[in-house]
Write a new protein. Structure first.
Length: 229
């Protein structure tokens, strides 16, 4: 029995379950991934020369040569061959989606609590709530991408468009993967054996991933939306 228990918990020299250690290593590699994308954006954000711009900016007429009609419509002449271009980012709307994603961390904590305390109905309820909040966040992102596309911002528009869609697109992909991951756990919890004796570990592992996704979004929201380019 002692040997079975040792195998079941997979201890390491650090005293941490080796599966959880692998999760932390994976999340660390993801930090490097997003960090490299953010570093690229921060290096080149000062070289934005053509619209659409993230925030309001005054440019000369030369900056509007060759831009799309949608992007040109957001720029208005202010005299002396200068144009004022409206920023494309909608901070209030994105703040709403940020709040939705942050609330999903709260529901994820409640799901973990339910799993660790053998309160399976509570676990299932809050897992479902977390998934719905994640889907709502993705809905906001689809709306935002569609709006920006209609206003002339895409991957090939300028440096901001390329970095913006790379950063937020990859983050959205991580959210979608997280929703599928939680969905698989929720589906498995309805089996006769449920998630087995290690339900708490499985939900906690999913929680680590989900909280990581939320923290990454806080950084992206701050850098992309709140710090002027």
């Amino acid at each position: 029995m002692a040997q079975a228990s040792a195998v079941e918990h997979h201890p390491t020299s650090t005293g941490t379950d080796n599966r959880k250690l692998l999760w932390w290593i994976f999340l660390g590699s993801e930090c490097l991934f997003f960090g490299s994308l953010l570093a690229t954006y921060l290096i080149f954000k000062g070289s934005l020369a053509i619209p659409p711009f993230p925030t309001d900016r005054i440019v000369d007429a030369a900056a509007l040569v060759g831009v799309s009609d949608a992007a040109r419509e957001a720029c208005h002449s202010i005299g002396n061959n200068l144009f004022e271009c409206e920023g494309i980012l909608d901070v209030p709307v994105t703040s709403q989606s940020t709040f939705v994603l942050l609330m999903s961390s709260v529901t994820m904590v409640l799901a973990v609590y339910g799993a660790q305390n053998n309160r399976l109905k509570m676990m299932k309820l809050w897992l479902l709530a977390t998934m719905l909040l994640g889907l709502a966040f993705l809905g906001y992102q689809v709306f935002e991408f569609t709006t920006f596309g209609n206003e002339g911002l895409n991957l090939s528009s300028n440096q901001f468009g390329a970095s913006f869609f790379m950063l937020t697109g990859f983050h959205g992909t991580h959210v979608a993967v997280g929703v599928l991951y939680l969905g698989s756990l929720l589906f498995a919890s309805f089996r006769r054996s449920g998630l087995g004796p290690e339900a708490g570990f499985h939900i906690e592992s999913a929680g680590l991933y989900w909280h990581f996704v939320d923290v990454v979004w806080i950084v992206l929201f701050t850098v992309l939306y709140l710090i002027p380019a």
